[in-house]
Design a protein around this ligand. Sequence first.
Ligand SMILES: NC(=O)c1ccc[n+]([C@@H]2O[C@H](COP(=O)([O-])OP(=O)(O)OC[C@H]3O[C@@H](n4cnc5c(N)ncnc54)[C@H](OP(=O)(O)O)[C@@H]3O)[C@@H](O)[C@H]2O)c1
Length: 272
Amino acid sequence: MIQTITAASAAFDRGIFPVTARPMASRTVTQIVKTSMRPSSARSIGDAVFGSCRGSFAEYALSAADKIARKPERLSFEQAAGIAVAGTMALNGLRDHAQLRDGQRVAITGATGGVGSFAVQIAKAYGADVTAVCRTENVELARELGADHVFDYTRDDYLRGDRYDAIFDNGGGRSLRELRRALAPGGVVVLNCGQDISLALAGVLARLIRRRGDVKQFVRKVTRPDLLELAALAEDGRLTPVVDRTYPLAETRAAMTYLMARHPRGKVVVTL
Ligand SMILES: NC(=O)c1ccc[n+]([C@@H]2O[C@H](COP(=O)([O-])OP(=O)(O)OC[C@H]3O[C@@H](n4cnc5c(N)ncnc54)[C@H](OP(=O)(O)O)[C@@H]3O)[C@@H](O)[C@H]2O)c1
């Protein structure tokens, strides 16, 4: 059992169709108050941890030992709240599906949002040349996150001219055809824009029916090894979560409304 201190929700949790959205699951930074974990995986009572569990918009919640890890000391509780899911999505998308390597060129859309703000930093940690795509207000933040090139999508087209080894699409809005055309030979499009139904369907068709190996879609899975990798990046200063706003628990509805507008800068955090 864990005592929740801060919690954050991912975009997917708010529902693909906004009309059905509800804060059903949340990710949390907590303190262990009771443990029934096996000795090999147990954390101690009182340990500050971060990780994933359902229903963490509450004072107490239950989590599994393989879904939590010790909170990096360098980070505040607010900063650590958003790592587990958004950080895992960025790590899974770039490391596992794009198989990003040192020196490769990657374009990241939604680069200053929940997932994208982690993705830009992780891609830099993996040695990539990073092109961030965001709107005008977020250009400076994208640079601060470490992007080598920044495109303001309201003015410039990041798909025109340049070729990428990987496109990690968190923003949506462009067709699969356009995305694939901007790939270098052997490149891959990793679709992570669950809100963009037409693109998601095109991705499924491309992968399953047309057997396109250059299109990937995935559902993130929070695992302890990935939490430890993210914590290590945070501890050595290569990953610093961006917190846009914090809301008290009583204002969770306002937090979700803000999140659903689709333009957060980093994560929206609920404090308890
Ligand atoms: N694969 C999975 O398991 C999984 C799990 C959870 C979520 N997701 C999906 O991952 C995606 C990203 O999640 P998130 O938490 O990062 O969302 P988020 O924090 O709401 O960020 C959304 C981003 O999209 C950008 N955006 C909004 N409208 C745009 C447009 N018209 N053109 C280009 N970019 C636009 C925004 O950039 P600006 O603010 O700069 O406009 C923002 O950075 C979502 O679509 C979500 O459904 C996938």
